[in-house]
Design a binder for this molecule. Structure first.
Ligand code: FMN
Length: 177
């Protein structure tokens, strides 16, 4: 089995999962931003992982742009957000990120981490505005997807857990046999 892990992580959670995946599979990890399709297309298995920012999976554009060159490859996507895993979260993420030719790619969710103090300047400003907007809403109207942000806003939390990769690793191994 040969493969590669492409990862885009701003705050470290997706990178941590990429490292664990690399330990388990022996695949090398590269930053999706630096990925060259001429190199990536040499591999049979491609795992793309990234943080979730405003429901968008970091680096998913690489797959959208290059899906034609990757026909017939085994492709898997994982993403890390702060929301707990749920059917609603998966539906939103699939709809936003895996439309059209990407619709058949399996998507896995590995909960990430949160630390308001560590956010970059523009991320912090955006998140603070978003939280203000959520706080003005009637709590009964809030979506399941929005509640976790309000619950953790000023806390520092790390939900990363190697076990979250089990379903993805199981599929990679099953299909590699
Ligand atoms: C600007 C911004 C937007 C975010 N939007 C979402 C979101 O829509 N859904 C979610 O579950 N988490 C969201 N998060 C939380 C991140 O997905 C979480 O911190 C994750 O660990 C980021 O991955 P990384 O550590 O690999 O960068 C957001 C974080 C930031 C900074």
């Amino acid at each position: 089995m040969n493969g590669i892990i492409l990862c885009r992580s701003k705050y470290g959670a997706s990178a941590k999962y990429a490292h664990w995946l690399s330990e388990e599979t022996g695949f090398k990890v590269i930053d999706t931003k630096k990925a060259d399709i001429k190199d990536v297309e040499k591999y049979d298995t491609i795992i793309l992982g990234g943080g979730v920012y405003a429901s968008a999976i970091a680096g998913i554009g690489f797959l959208k742009k290059n899906i034609g060159a990757l026909k017939g490859k085994r492709i898997f996507v994982y993403c890390c957000g702060l929301a707990p895993h749920s059917g609603e979260v998966m539906d939103i993420l699939k709809k936003k990120n895996l439309g059209g030719e990407l619709a058949d790619i399996p998507l896995f969710y590995c909960r990430g981490s949160w630390n308001m103090d560590a956010l970059g300047f523009s991320d912090k400003a955006m998140i603070k505005l978003y939280i203000k907007m959520l706080e003005k809403k009637d709590p009964a109207e809030l979506k399941e997807y929005d509640r976790p942000m309000l619950e953790v806003k000023d806390k520092k939390v790390d939900w990363t857990d190697k076990k979250n990769l089990d379903p993805l690793l199981k599929l990679i191994r099953a299909e590699g046999e």
